[in-house]
Design a protein around this ligand. Structure first.
Ligand SMILES: C[S@@+](CC[C@H](N)C(=O)[O-])C[C@H]1O[C@@H](n2cnc3c(N)ncnc32)[C@H](O)[C@@H]1O
Length: 233
């Protein structure tokens, strides 16, 4: 295993699939609609600083930049191959996004450096401990009152979605996806200290149910309040 491959699950499950990542996700994960929902949820205002966690090929970061050109947008990912694709895409679009390599469990950014953390299809790549660490890091790098908006696999909406989700679980790991299958993602967000955690959108896809989850870093030192987590319908 090369150093480039250490310590993370690749975007499409296997590195050889990386060049096909964008078309695969567009075909199977309703990517346009999901990212439209995320960009609308984040409602980024001029001058705000935005981090796309696990940015992959940069699609979400670039959508945010398109929606709000004066925002200061960064994207972080563990995979240099994905980051090269992201940089090339940004070049083609003539958009300026600061892509960096790093692990979401130990972000190379100062406390309170961002107004928004956004993320698409990323957290299910992480083992339970790493997932908790990544949520704590997202919390740390947000300003008080800053917002987290993520889209990821949630509890499958019905037996068909549960069967379809087995494909993702096999590819990205049963341990990594257990909390998602059990509908515990919003609860994990709340455990990191976020409040106002809610599932604002759900999408049925050929690989299961995607959820858009939003949450706020409380102003001051309010403790997390799990009672704010909205139950799945
Ligand atoms: C399924 S892709 C999602 C890419 C993009 N956010 C999207 O919506 O298409 C998951 C990404 O997470 C990255 N990744 C996996 N583990 C990571 C970690 N611990 N820290 C940072 N990035 C990681 C992978 O390299 C991959 O690019």
């Amino acid at each position: 295993m090369k150093d480039e491959d250490a310590a993370f699950v690749p975007g499409a499950g296997f590195h050889w699939l990386t060049p096909l990542y964008d078309p695969l996700v567009a075909l199977t994960c309703r990517d346009r609609a999901v990212k439209r929902s995320l960009v609308a949820a984040a409602a980024v205002r001029p001058g705000q600083r935005v981090l796309d966690l696990g940015c992959g090929t940069g699609t979400l970061a670039l959508r945010v930049k398109e929606a709000c050109p004066s925002a200061d947008v960064s994207g972080l990912d563990a995979d240099p191959r994905m980051l090269r694709a992201a940089a090339a895409k940004a070049d083609r679009q003539g958009r300026n996004v600061a892509f960096a390599r790093g692990l979401a469990q130990s972000l190379p950014y100062p406390d309170g450096g961002f107004d928004r953390v956004v993320s698409g299809l990323f957290f299910h790549h992480l083992a339970p401990d790493a997932k908790a660490a990544a949520f704590r890091e997202a919390f740390r790098v947000l300003v008080s009152g800053g917002e987290l908006h993520l889209a990821d696999w949630g509890r499958p909406a019905g037996p068909l979605m549960r069967v379809l989700f087995l494909g993702i679980r096999l590819l990205d790991g049963f341990g990594n996806t257990a909390a998602h299958a059990a509908g515990r993602l919003p609860g994990l967000v709340a455990e990191a200290g976020f409040v106002g955690v809610r599932v604002r959108d759900r999408f049925s896809t050929v690989f299961g149910t995607l959820e858009v989850v939003s949450a706020v870093k409380p102003t001051g030192t309010q403790p997390s309040d799990p009672s704010l987590v909205s139950p799945a319908p």
